[in-house]
Each structure stands twice: as structure tokens, then as C-alpha cells.
Write a protein that binds this ligand. Structure first.
Ligand SMILES: *Cc1c(COP(=O)(O)O)cnc(C)c1O
Length: 376
């Protein structure tokens, strides 16, 4: 049997360091708002080439805090429109609608899985675009982002799947870190993400000092100082224990992305089934995080069942586009101004193959099975 992902395996190799970090926190007697969180924030800001980082409770809260902070700052108001790609994890949409903002579902590009910057459903009420780095591919068009910001439209990165990813920019040397590409970014450290906590955790990253301070205050009961509540905030803090564990894992972000990229290229070199469409493997210097390795197949469920019958576990990210989820039936804050044919077709075609902790031998085996999958 080849599992889709084996979290025990991922964490067991770090057992001694994780146990030492946990011991350090247990013995410190300090479990909230302490030095571990501070150190982790510093390390993540550095990794993301950003000025500020606020460690928070999870990825959804990171996104919600960004929207809530922009509302406190007067940059967003109830009912403003936020463009969100339809093909994402539901948290991207929930963050918008929980904040009293309208989520405008946008179609995606079928080769990149990402927002189509040339066909954004802009309206006079558009105030923000939430770009999702789906599967770890930085979804960023520097010229489009600059044009939007020049019109006063905020651009926010949902970088939950993209820790350690870097994006090239035409005409520029070097690459730019996911999390530093727009106005603010949200990360998730859900256990199955590339860098996973042993529980829930997330972070907000930005260069904007006012946004960072507002997020920090909101996440801590609206109190910049103890018992002085300037905002009606929440309790959305990352705890010391998760911060200490994550500090042991964060230095692996780039090597994890590179190693997954190597596995992705190995898959790509071995899969020859003509019905399978491979995901993009950028050659412009960009380094996706390869959170998922996603192939497409016109009869995806058949391929998935065939692999399952041979003991290979796969997943579908995501079987139902967000605008078609039951929770958004007739929802007043969900807008679908035009049909979303690509997002709806992709939902029926995408199949995520094991990438997190598979061996090369497993990859060879999986590719061989895919190539031998009976047609029709
Ligand atoms: C995981 C994820 C989130 C939410 O993160 P949590 O930590 O699980 O709350 C948001 N957006 C995307 C794209 C994700 O993959």
C-alpha cells in the first residue's frame, strides 16, 4: 500500500528536536505570547522577505484577521467585493464572507490552476483580490498586481500552500518569496501542509506596519497592552508550543520545496499515459512549493479507482468548486457574475498523487500503474 501522506513519518525523523522543543516550552512555564512565538515570527518574516509577521491560530484566522484589520483601518467596508478564484480550499471564501465582504468567484487558468489575471471579474465595487497560490504555485502577475494597486485595490495572498515558494518576475533578476508579492499574505501550518505544526497554526506576513499592528491587536482580544482594549478583537494567537515546534521545521521550507520539485520532475519524466495532463513545471526560475502534484484525466474517477485497486491512495483537491458548495446556496455574500467553466471542469479532472513523503521507488511504481491504466 502506498499512502497519500504519512504524517507520522514526516515528524518521526525530527523526533528528538521536536521533543526537545516541547520540553523547553513545558519547562519554561510560559505558554502564550512568549519568546518562542517572537522567534518564530522573526524567522518567518525573514524567510518571506517581509518586514512583519504575526503568528496566529490557523490559516483561516490569518485570512480573516487580514480582512478584519483592513476594515478597522477603513480600507474595506461591509459589502465590498473581493475576487477569489473558485478553485481553492473553502477557507479562502469563508474568510471573505465571515468578514461581511462579498466573495466574487473568478474562473481560473486551466494550465496554471490559478486566477486568470486577464479576466478578473472586476466591478466598480471591487476593493480586493485574494490570489491563492494553489498547490504551492505562486499565482502572481507583477504587472497586473501593480495595476490593481494603482487603482486602490488590495491584493492579498492566500499562501497557505506555498511556504518556501519563490516566483520569478519577467525582466528582473532573482526571485521573490511567496508572502512578499502583494499587500499581505496568510500562511497555514495545518499538519498536512509543507511545514506542519502538531496541531493548528497560521501566520500573517506583510510590509505594512499599521496592518501588522492591527492584526496583532485583533488577534489578542483587541488589546495592544494588557487590559487596554482598543478594538473588539478575538483570541487567535499561536501558542508557544506550536511556535517552538515550527521553529524546528521552518528551516526545512526551501529544501522541502526543492525535494518535492525533484519528485514532481521524476513523476513527469515517467508518466507517458497520453490521457494524463501533467501539471506545469516552471522553467523561468520560479520555485513552486509543490504542496500537491496534480495531474488531470478526463475520467479521473476511473483512474483513481484503478490506482486504489492497486493499493495507491490519491486525493482530489478539490472535488467541488467553492461557489457550488452547499453553504453558498443563495448566500447573500457570494457572487458568481459569469460562468466558471474551467474551475468546474477542473474539479472533475484533477487528481493529486502522493508527493509529501513518497520514495523514488514508489513514484516509479505509481507512474507505471498510471501508464498501464486501461483506456475507456
Ligand atoms: C489550508 C488552507 C487554508 C486554511 O488553513 P487552516 O490552517 O487549515 O485554517 C486556507 N487556504 C488554503 C488554500 C489552504 O490550503
Amino acid at each position: 500500500m502506498i499512502p497519500f501522506q504519512d504524517l507520522r513519518k514526516t515528524n518521526e525523523v525530527l523526533m528528538e528536536r521536536l521533543a526537545a522543543a516541547a520540553g523547553r516550552v513545558i519547562r519554561s512555564g510560559r505558554y502564550i505570547n512568549g519568546p518562542e512565538v517572537k522567534a518564530f515570527e522573526k524567522a518567518l518574516a525573514l524567510l518571506c522577505e517581509s518586514r512583519y509577521c504575526v503568528a496566529v491560530s490557523n490559516g483561516l484566522d490569518a485570512l480573516r484577521l487580514i480582512f478584519a484589520a483592513y476594515k478597522e483601518m477603513g480600507l474595506l467596508r461591509d459589502g465590498d467585493e473581493v475576487i477569489v478564484p473558485a478553485n481553492t480550499f473553502v477557507a479562502s471564501f469563508l474568510a471573505v464572507t465571515h468578514s461581511g465582504l462579498k466573495a466574487v468567484a473568478a474562473d481560473v487558468d486551466d494550465s496554471t490552476f490559478c486566477l486568470d489575471w486577464t479576466r478578473l471579474p472586476l466591478s466598480p465595487r471591487t476593493r480586493a483580490v485574494l490570489t491563492v497560490h494553489l498547490y504551492g504555485y505562486p499565482c502572481w502577475d507583477a504587472a497586473a498586481v501593480e495595476a490593481l494597486r494603482a487603482r486602490g485595490i488590495l491584493v492579498i495572498e492566500d499562501a497557505a500552500q506555498a511556504i518556501g515558494a519563490r516566483s520569478a518576475r519577467p525582466g528582473f533578476r532573482g526571485t521573490f518569496a511567496a508572502g512578499s508579492l502583494a499587500d499581505a499574505a496568510a500562511f497555514s501550518f495545518y499538519p498536512a501542509k509543507n511545514i506542519g505544526a502538531l496541531g493548528d497554526a497560521g501566520a500573517v506576513v506583510t510590509d505594512d506596519s499599521r496592518l501588522a499592528a492591527t492584526v496583532r491587536t485583533l488577534a489578542n482580544y483587541g488589546a495592544p497592552e494588557k487590559y487596554s482594549h482598543t478594538l473588539c478583537g478575538f483570541n487567535c494567537r499561536m501558542d508557544e508550543l506550536q511556535a517552538a515546534l515550527l521553529s524546528e521545521k521552518l528551516p526545512l521550507a526551501s529544501t522541502t520545496a526543492r525535494e518535492r520539485g525533484r519528485r514532481a520532475r521524476l513523476y513527469a519524466s515517467l508518466i507517458t499515459n497520453p490521457e494524463v495532463t501533467l501539471p506545469p513545471l516552471p522553467s523561468d526560475g520560479s520555485l513552486p512549493a509543490f504542496h500537491q502534484f496534480v495531474v488531470r484525466h478526463p475520467r479521473r474517477d476511473q483512474l483513481r479507482a484503478f490506482l486504489a485497486s492497486k493499493g495507491v491512495r490519491t486525493e482530489v483537491h478539490y472535488p467541488v468548486p467553492c461557489h457550488l458548495q452547499e453553504c453558498y446556496n443563495d448566500h447573500p455574500l457570494l457572487l458568481t457574475p459569469s460562468p466558471l467553466p474551467t474551475a468546474e471542469r477542473l474539479a472533475g479532472e484533477v487528481l493529486s498523487l502522493p508527493i509529501a513523503d513518497v520514495s523514488d521507488a514508489d513514484i516509479r511504481e505509481i507512474a507505471k500503474l498510471i501508464n498501464s491504466c486501461p483506456q475507456k
